[in-house]
Design a protein around this ligand. Structure first.
Ligand SMILES: Cc1cc2nc3c(=O)[nH]c(=O)nc-3n(C[C@H](O)[C@H](O)[C@H](O)COP(=O)(O)OP(=O)(O)OC[C@H]3O[C@@H](n4cnc5c(N)ncnc54)[C@H](O)[C@@H]3O)c2cc1C
Length: 436
């Protein structure tokens, strides 16, 4: 699509997590049209996977769902989900962005979101959304409250794509929306400014080989714990360990696994782990009153408003045992996981016979963030976090006029900081549009 020279006062937001949603709503409410491009079938990002959130312990879906619904219904926001940016040309006021709309194998215009196809789909595979603990279907939406509420077929799990027979979803669909012949499509959008909000991942199992992560079923990461504690998760919110479904009576949480470890893993602090580990331990105690939670920590970083008090409450009122020190080894002994560590405050060795171990693994950039940065002509640091124009005074601008950053794509942040960063990015876009 070629521009006609006029400055386009329309924005694109790439990434539909809480940062991208916040930036889109700000811009839409200010009267600008927004194209929100999301890689997954629906918006919400990591927050969709969370159970409750610190520091208030509000249910994550209760805060998020009104925002996703508002975004989905907003007259100025065009949702382009299950899509990724292929290429970009142009400059501030006149970017032409080509977007790959992945084949969903479902005609979303026809689909009413009734959910019958998901109920009847016979294939069952480990659900990525539930961190491999629950079973998902080959035709799926990410959550019951998905926005948009339209399913996609994953050909790598679909019996028809793999074996040439099944077609149950096609037979059952009352509006004939299944389309196995659907192909990826390239579409173009012309916008004047772009906000990049592609968020974060956790360090993958292939890169973090400590303690038996990825091998021992009862040694899980923080997002897996969120799913265990979530009413929509694989145990409908009961804390049960993955191997045998037993309620764990001793749980060890380990902070800074893969973060602040320049020799072997990530040198930086992931910023949210001290808080979400305290949250996990407290939520565990709320459900398993006679259980014991231990937290191994290096030091505690709780700098947000009300954060220190949140941690203190866990220690003083809920009996969470904090152990300052590192864990040297974890191994299986029958049904138990034996955790060997050191308490550096008392100088003593510690051994805990645990039922479940939860690692606060490092937050990392999305693996494709560097590639996206290259397409957009912006910079990324050595790890892949996108780089702002200036650390202190220009924290949302990039070196390319008209392209801004929001949320964890720029570095680890909690929800409040991600939203504030997104609000700032949206104001920068409005300031740019106001100049023309
Ligand atoms: C275990 C755990 C517990 C947490 N608990 C809390 C808590 O209790 N309270 C709190 O304040 N914070 C918490 N956090 C932090 C919180 O998850 C983040 O602050 C928040 O999710 C950041 O939002 P975001 O939009 O920047 O990124 P994300 O949530 O990662 O969203 C990014 C979106 O961009 C999409 N995307 C990625 N790549 C592309 C691409 N190339 N093109 C298009 N779209 C793309 C993704 O699919 C995703 O939808 C927790 C984090 C973890 C790991």
């Amino acid at each position: 699509m070629k521009g006609n020279g006029a400055f386009v006062k329309r924005a694109m937001v790439i990434g539909g997590g809480i940062a991208g949603i916040s930036a889109s709503l700000d811009l839409g409410n200010a009267g600008y049209d927004v194209v929100l491009v999301e890689k997954l079938p629906s918006i919400g990002g990591r927050m969709l996977q969370l159970s409750e959130t610190f520091p208030t312990l509000d249910c994550a879906q209760c805060t998020l769902t009104p925002k996703t619904v508002e975004t989905g219904q907003h007259p100025r926001i065009k949702l382009v989900t299950y899509s990724e940016v292929e290429g970009i040309e142009g400059k501030a006021g006149d970017f032409s962005v080509s977007i790959r709309r992945k084949a969903a194998y479902v005609d979303w215009e026809r689909c009413t979101g009734c959910g019958l196809c998901q109920q009847k789909c016979p294939s069952k595979n480990p659900s990525e959304f539930d961190r491999g603990m629950g079973l998902g279907k080959a035709i799926y939406t990410l959550s019951p409250q998905a926005v948009p509420n339209k399913p996609v077929i994953d050909p790598s799990h679909c019996r028809y794509f793999k074996e040439g027979k099944c077609r149950v979803c096609e037979k059952i669909c009352p509006v004939k929306a299944i389309d196995y012949e659907q192909k990826d499509r390239l579409v173009e959008e012309r916008v004047g400014a772009i906000v990049v909000a592609v968020g974060f991942d956790l360090i993958p199992k292939e890169s973090f080989g400590e303690y038996g992560y990825g091998e021992l079923p009862d040694l899980i990461d923080g997002l897996a714990f969120e799913r265990l504690n979530s009413a929509s998760g694989p145990t409908t919110g009961e804390i049960r360990r993955p191997s045998d479904g037993k309620v764990p009576k001793e749980v060890v949480f380990i902070q800074c696994t893969g973060s602040r470890d320049p020799e072997r893993y990530m040198p930086y602090c992931s910023r949210v782990c001290c808080m979400y580990t305290a949250k996990h331990a407290r939520l565990y105690k709320h459900k398993v009153h006679d259980g014991q939670a231990y937290i191994f920590y290096m030091d505690i970083r709780s700098t947000g408003k009300g954060y220190e008090e949140f941690i203190q409450q866990g220690m003083e009122e809920e009996g969470i045992l904090y152990l300052r020190g590192r864990v040297s080894r974890i191994f299986r002994d029958g049904e138990k996981l034996i955790v060997w560590g050191a308490d550096t405050l008392t100088g003593r060795k510690v051994e805990v016979s645990a039922d479940l171990v939860v690692l606060a693994t490092a937050m990392t950039p999305r693996k494709e963030a560097k590639e996206l940065a290259k397409k957009l002509g912006i910079e990324a640091d050595d790890h892949g976090f996108l780089t702002e124009a200036e650390r202190k005074l220009r924290p949302v601008e990039t070196k390319v006029e008209g392209i801004y950053l929001a949320g964890c794509a720029q570095g680890p942040k909690d929800i409040a900081d991600s939203v504030a960063h997104a609000n700032a990015a949206a104001s920068k876009v409005q300031a740019l549009f106001a100049k023309h």
